[in-house]
Design a protein around this ligand. Structure first.
Ligand SMILES: Cc1cc2nc3c(=O)[nH]c(=O)nc-3n(C[C@H](O)[C@H](O)[C@H](O)COP(=O)(O)O)c2cc1C
Length: 368
């Protein structure tokens, strides 16, 4: 926390989008210097401990704590942020075509009393061609995936066109990424939901499957628990689908935030908050883990995770990997190192010898 304790007040004087762009730009520039990368690993790298190492969908991860989509949307800063103790990165969301995202600004808001954000970006990114050129051969210390989304054009696009776009983007990134995450929905871009319909999902996976060899694919889709079996009936037919990206969206009005209602009510966008996001995510992980065959499907979960205890409980609920975004913004670059150290301490206390043993452990107890 020490360096960030001084930097954060300066960053937080800027509006959140500018602060984020500044931090990312600086990380991109500084990450070109080998000495800076080495210093970052030294200061912020996670413990290299075989107990944290895990293999998910055939990918070897040095630890299970990843950086979620939305922090490095266009792959600008991989060399440096891959040295901040995360076991993997999810770049994006990237769309087939570049997009400015939602036009109205500001479009990100901090709720410091809750360490929460309201986000209304609408997936701005440089587009698949530019991002692919940028990340081809990039020097990353950990595996990274690319999250793909339809292009936000500001109007509703026909499902067939979205499917075509996503299949092209999947083909572009298949040889470059350790995994792909396909966003079948976006919380803060109006009109971007048709692909979440299950018939469309089948057509999408058909189209992606036809593009050629694929790395493991994770589907990011928010459905009520009673629809999970229907989703699985579709994905079962596509062996390249190796799991799901769990995410949840909090419905308004937000009950239980420290931030007063008059502050958050006028803010347009979706809430990322530990207080509301974390319990909802944990429940979603349980719902999915109980239905999806854990030998076949892995769950990658994000939502309000900011401590080793949060990560530990999420793995025990059934996630194979966890991710953070909002906590990085509030807690700074020592976040992943701290979470991993806490995770190790909890494992040690419980006599757990590898994180893989934790996955779904809570459910096994229930069934015994
Ligand atoms: C500023 C910001 C931007 C985000 N952008 C994306 C995105 O482009 N694509 C995506 O799939 N998720 C995006 N997310 C969602 C995160 O990946 C994550 O699922 C969510 O924020 C919950 O995790 P957290 O509580 O650790 O932030 C974004 C989140 C934040 C805070």
């Amino acid at each position: 926390m020490s360096v960030y304790r001084f930097i954060r007040p300066l960053l937080f004087r800027l509006d959140p989008e500018r602060a984020h762009s500044f931090a990312l730009g600086a990380s991109g520039a500084l990450g070109r210097l080998g000495a800076v990368r080495a210093a970052a690993s030294q200061r912020w790298g996670a413990p290299r401990d075989p107990r944290l190492a895990t293999n998910v969908a055939g990918i070897a991860f040095p630890n299970p704590v990843g950086l979620g989509a939305g922090y490095d949307k266009s792959g600008d800063a991989i060399p440096l942020i891959s040295r901040l103790g995360f076991g993997f990165l999810e770049i994006g969301s990237v769309s087939r075509w570049p997009s400015e995202g939602n036009p109205v600004r500001p479009r990100v808001f901090r709720l410091p009393a809750d360490e929460a954000l309201v986000v209304n970006y609408g997936v701005p990114n440089d587009g698949a061609d530019v991002v692919a050129a940028r990340i081809r051969g990039v020097e990353s210390a950990v595996p990274f995936g690319v999250n793909l989304v339809e292009t936000n054009t500001g109007h509703t696009t026909e499902p067939a066109e979205i499917i075509e776009e996503l299949a092209q983007a999947a083909a572009t990134f298949a040889p470059l990424a350790s995994f792909l995450a396909i966003s079948a929905e976006c919380a803060n871009a109006p009109g971007m939901h048709p692909i979440a319909k299950l018939d469309n999902l089948r057509s999408l996976l058909d189209a992606i499957g036809r593009t050629g060899p694929l790395p493991p694919v994770f589907v990011k889709l928010r459905v009520p628990p009673e629809t999970i079996d229907d989703v699985l009936r579709i994905t079962d037919g596509f062996p390249f689908v190796r799991g799901f990206r769990i995410n949840t969206v909090q419905a308004r009005p937000y009950a239980g935030l420290n931030t007063p209602q008059e502050t958050w009510e006028p803010l347009k966008g979706s809430l990322s908050s530990p207080r509301l996001g974390y319990p909802a995510m944990l429940q979603a992980v349980r719902d999915w883990y109980r239905r999806a065959d854990p030998q076949r499907y892995a769950l990658i979960a994000s939502g309000g995770i900011r401590t080793g205890r949060d990560a530990y409980a999420t793995l025990r609920a059934g996630a194979s990997l966890v991710q953070c975004v909002t906590a990085l913004i509030f807690q700074g670059p020592s976040l992943a190192r701290r979470i991993n150290k806490q995770l190790l301490a909890l494992m040690q206390a419980d006599g757990v010898t590898n994180v893989a043993e934790l996955i779904g452990a809570e459910n096994q107890k229930v069934h015994q």
